[in-house]
Design a protein around this ligand. Structure first.
Ligand code: PCA
Length: 201
């Protein structure tokens, strides 16, 4: 079972493509013989984490692909590092605005993704989907969910975070296809490609 998560709208927006794309990715994966569920997360620091932990408990997934919207980006962003940091630019949907607080006090500052992001990037490129590796998921609710997923998913379960662009930038159908391909790559194993992927800034 694959667990896909996406977010409700936030910051006054009407829609969030991440929830549409992850719902459709669960449908596509299931149709391709890889059972999957989609769970929508509230865009709140406390609630998102609680709903994610409950979903992990309930579904005991073999892979966890969490998605969220990154408005300024033009490609599918495969996040590489989760930070133990909450520093909110705007209040969340419950009005909370943590400043420089840890997601989990006493836990490591940073955790690496448990998705084979370079292999997934190659798969997306082969499918003609614009894709990039990203070193930071920010310090808002998405990063908190990324960090919480890595702390909570049992060892050996691939888990990670993907930022999607606005639907105007990349149609939701293509976003969904990308998320399903990332899950398929993760289920093939966490073995990574030995290719350079760094950026200079
Ligand atoms: N994007 C926000 C939170 C919810 C979402 O879809 C983020 O990048 O933190």
């Amino acid at each position: 079972m694959i667990l896909f998560t996406g977010f409700e709208p936030f910051g006054g927006a009407q829609e969030n493509p991440s929830r549409l794309a992850s719902r459709e990715a669960a449908r596509l994966s299931t149709a391709a013989g890889r059972a999957a569920v989609h769970v929508e997360l509230p865009c709140t620091f406390g609630g998102a984490r609680a709903v994610l932990l409950a979903a992990l408990e309930e579904h005991r997934p073999a892979a966890v692909i969490c998605a969220g919207l990154a408005e300024g980006r033009e490609s599918i962003s495969l996040e590489r590092v989760a930070l133990n940091l909450m520093d909110a630019r705007i209040p969340d949907n419950a009005g909370a605005q943590p400043v420089d607080e840890p997601v989990e006090p006493g836990a490591p500052l940073a955790l690496p993704t448990r998705l084979p992001v370079k292999r997934a990037k190659a798969a997306l490129e082969a499918a003609g989907v614009p894709v990039e590796l990203s070193l930071s998921a920010g310090s808002y609710v998405c990063n908190t969910v990324f960090y919480a997923a890595l702390r909570a998913a049992p060892a050996g379960v691939p888990a990670g975070f993907v930022h999607v662009p606005l639907a105007e930038q990349l149609p939701v159908g293509r976003q969904a296809e990308a998320l399903a391909l990332i899950a398929a790559a993760a289920l093939e194993g966490t073995g990574e490609l030995r290719v350079p992927g760094g950026s200079e800034y």
